[in-house]
Design a protein around this ligand. Sequence first.
Ligand code: ZN
Ligand code: ZN
Length: 672
Amino acid sequence: MATQRLELLDNTRPNLRAAGYLRVSTEDQLLGHGLAYTERKVKDYASRKGWGYVQTFADEGVSGTLPAEERPDLSRLIEHVHRTPRPFDVVAVVEGRQIGRNGRAFWPWVWRLEDLGVFTAITSLQIDNTTERGRDAMREEADYAEREWNRLRRRLQGGIQEAAELGGYPGGTIPFGWHAPKLEKGKLTRYEIHIKEAACIRRAAELYLFERSWERTARMLNAEGHRTRGDALWTRKNLKMRMLGHAIQSNEVIWRGKGALVDHAGEPVFGRQVVIKLPVILDADTARALRETPARKTWRQPERFRVYSLTGLMTSQCGRRYSGTNRRDDYYDYVCSGRSLPFGERCKCRPVPAEDTENRVWSEVRQLVTDADRMESMARDWLSAAPEVDYASRIDDLTQQIEQQEAAIAASTAVAAKMAAARGLLGQDAERAVEKTTTPLFRELEDLEKLRREAQGWLRDRQEAAERLETLRAMADKARSRLGSLGPAEQAEMLSLFGVRVRVLEPPASRRGVPCDLRAWFVEHKRDVPVLSDAAWVRAWPILCVPQLTEEHGRLLLGAMLYKAANGGRWVDIGPRFGARGGRLQVAAHRWRKSGRWDRVMEALRGLPAVPVWSGPPARLEITVRPLGEFSSEDGECSGCSWGSRCRSRCARRSPAVRSRPISAAPWRRSS
Ligand SMILES: [Zn+2]
Ligand SMILES: [Zn+2]
């Protein structure tokens, strides 16, 4: 113990083993301060101190704000620190900001390493905590950094407060209608009226007070070329929110109003609340009129009248039907009727996006039915498949037999009653005797009646089928000429005429996560995703080749990126398939995209075999077209098989159908 204490008091402490941690941001790389440059700095420091140099950990192209666990090499370093025996004693960094962008992330990190028995060296400050003296210097440095950070924050907040109190622009979001143009240095930036936005506000007020409908006002604004600040179209919702919002209504901004950080007494932490007056856009009377004029109740939004052509034609996985609904502003869906059952009985069927599904079904149905010859021959086959029987005379024949049977029953009943009386039977006994005689006769009568009903059913079906064949011919003609130009209402009529049924085999997954920018690249450039064959790699490698990257690893990285673009998924899930960490993949993808290497590689792979870009989770559908309709026999008895009333398909009476292979509807998309 004594010797160690002595050692700590000494100025230097040799025989330690150092590891370097380097973080090189993209900007550093551009300035020429790449990995080699920073690595030399930490190595120099180690050798001056007489330490051995063990290993370098390096994260390239990574921002200082990225948390430690998302930096591959920093997390690897921390994992090494926990190993026994420890592989090194000192971690050398060039600057504290290599760990975290502001000092506040760095110092706790240093003290944590110290607790674990690992020292830290900061080469730019020429200090390390391997000795007592170095340790003091480091504490001082940390205090200084803390003071500096506080001072900076106070100065910043003070400046903002002052600006706000003088009626200037303190920063932050500027309400629609105003802007804060930057003047020359030293002059206070103030809110000013934004000419174009203010014109839009005044026009909106005028339109609303005349139309008394935010919906209509929004549409007229759009038609006149007005847009939101984000260049989006006005909607009832966003327009109403702006026009009745605090800024337009009272021409003021409350600085540190709602959402400001407050202390336990409810006072803002960083300074008091200030009301900043804005130059007036709408006078108080107009603003009040907007507030107090209710929207006309009678105004119908045309969107409500959207025709859902598949309502009632689409079966859900739980066996119920889908019907159209408008749940949110921009989405039209079909929702399973089982969703509106009381809680507990409610089904879990996910909604299906309306527009894409309708388009998909319609184009499939078009393909199936425009083949008019096929339709007609199908109908003929079905008609000729039915047995050639003269139904009319068969029905007459059966009617005659039934009448005879009824007469026979009447006669037998009378005879049986007489005989019972002769035998002295009374009451129930007499009834039973009569029943015994007549029951077999009644059974025969029932059979005859059943046969007649069946024959009548067949006759009706035949007549209907003949009529339908005519209709079908006419429809096929119409389909050939103008199926492409039918409106939604006509489409709906056609779908029901063609006996279209849609079975949802698998609804689309709900939308989740952030959009993938690799996929976005392919969509934007209208390119398919190249297959990473040997031939493709031969072209790609010269572009991607850098000293730190082995060819094998490079190919894995590119393969993983192309896989993601073609198949979707998250980096964290895709990484392991390619033996890489998701974070590392993401970093590499970002770097390649930013450096332009990605574009060059894709240019080099142009013309090679490619697959379509991932287009989101599909809804799988099966479409059945049954143009001759379904003929259900009245008593539910099947005459086409021996199952009778237990037959579930009513096989003989079912008209022929054309069924699509399972198709995938397009993914979720915003409807226009
Ligand atoms: Zn359901
Ligand atoms: Zn059957």
